[in-house]
Design a protein around this ligand. Structure first.
Ligand code: MEV
Length: 305
């Protein structure tokens, strides 16, 4: 059984597609998969299934992933431990878990922690992601593969970040699932119509991300929260926020969150809120509005009492 983490983007989604840096952190839930050699490809994902050559995205994804690993046909069973289409990197977590499972099946002697093996997993997960998302920056798969907290650019890839303090996050599903491909394409259309606006927004988000990295390294949680709020404003300017996302962010801030924003592609999906210490008051406020929500602690040594 191979596993891989889902992720949250702390700051920088969408801008990262245009080469800007972004910050992401792995969650303690994600996807799991098993694989074994078979006469033809078969992939079972919960209630969904595909057979090699049926033209479905799942079948094409598995074929691309296998081709990247030069692996023979596989029978794969995979499960998600979190909602799909919510901005938490479900498809990348699946790609990483399936790539690990296929490598385990074809080369059981390989050491999963070896840099060369990790690079192969990331490459295969990227091939899978391209089938589902067209032009992914690669941050979702990198966050899933690396774990912890990373800074990511398309050019330099993932770089681990040392966190002085753990981040206590509250996460709510603030809208129906949205397609990452469609949201990325909508920003691309805006960039064609208004290159000035999107260019300035990407530059603004770059500064926020650079400052947020310093806050994470220094343990400046109020500073990080303010930068998340500013990032949310710039994302709204890219037209990827929704009334549901704005309402969930407002509720979180009124309940004491240091900052709140959408995470992932937007258009629906999840909101993250940074808690000072205890995420519970934010979760209680969201539950009172019937939002599905949960707490997640990301990285860092134990915080002193
Ligand atoms: C999706 O989790 C993040 C986006 O920036 C798309 C990508 O980076 O591939 C919206």
């Amino acid at each position: 059984m191979a596993r891989a983490a889902a992720k949250v983007i702390l700051l920088g989604e969408h801008a990262v597609v245009y080469g800007a840096p972004a910050l992401a952190a792995a969650l303690d839930r994600g996807a799991r998969a098993t694989a074994r050699k078979a006469a033809t490809d078969r992939l079972t994902l919960g209630e969904r299934g595909s057979v090699g050559g049926d033209g479905s995205e799942l079948a094409r994804g598995l074929e691309a992933l296998r081709a990247s690993l030069s692996a023979p046909p596989q029978e794969v069973t995979a499960e998600l431990e979190m909602p799909a289409g919510a901005g938490l990197g479900a498809s990348a977590a699946l790609g990483v878990a399936i790539a690990r499972a296929v490598l385990e099946s074809v080369s059981p002697a390989l050491e999963p922690g070896e840099p060369a093996v990790r690079a192969r997993v990331l490459e295969a997960a990227a091939a899978w992601e391209r089938v589902f998302h067209g032009n992914p920056s690669g941050i979702d798969a990198a966050a899933s593969e690396c774990g912890g907290c990373i800074r990511y650019t398309r050019a330099a890839g993932p770089e681990p970040i040392d966190m002085l303090l753990p981040l206590s996050l509250a996460i709510a599903v603030a809208g129906p699932p949205a397609s990452t491909r469609e949201m990325v394409e909508s920003v691309a259309r805006l960039a064609e119509r208004r290159p000035d606006l999107v260019g300035k927004t990407v530059a603004g988000i770059t500064s926020l991300v650079d400052n947020a990295r310093l806050c994470i390294e220094a343990g400046d949680l109020p500073g990080l929260g303010k930068l998340m709020d500013l990032n949310q404003m710039l994302l709204a300017g890219l037209m990827v926020s929704t009334p549901g996302i704005e309402a969930a962010c407002d509720t979180a801030r009124r309940a004491g969150a240091l900052g709140a924003k959408l995470t992932g592609a937007g258009g629906g999906g999840c909101v993250i809120a940074l808690a000072d210490r205890d995420a519970e008051p934010i979760l209680a406020a969201w539950r009172a509005e019937d939002l599905h929500c949960f707490a997640a602690t990301v990285g860092g040594p134990e915080r002193p009492a």
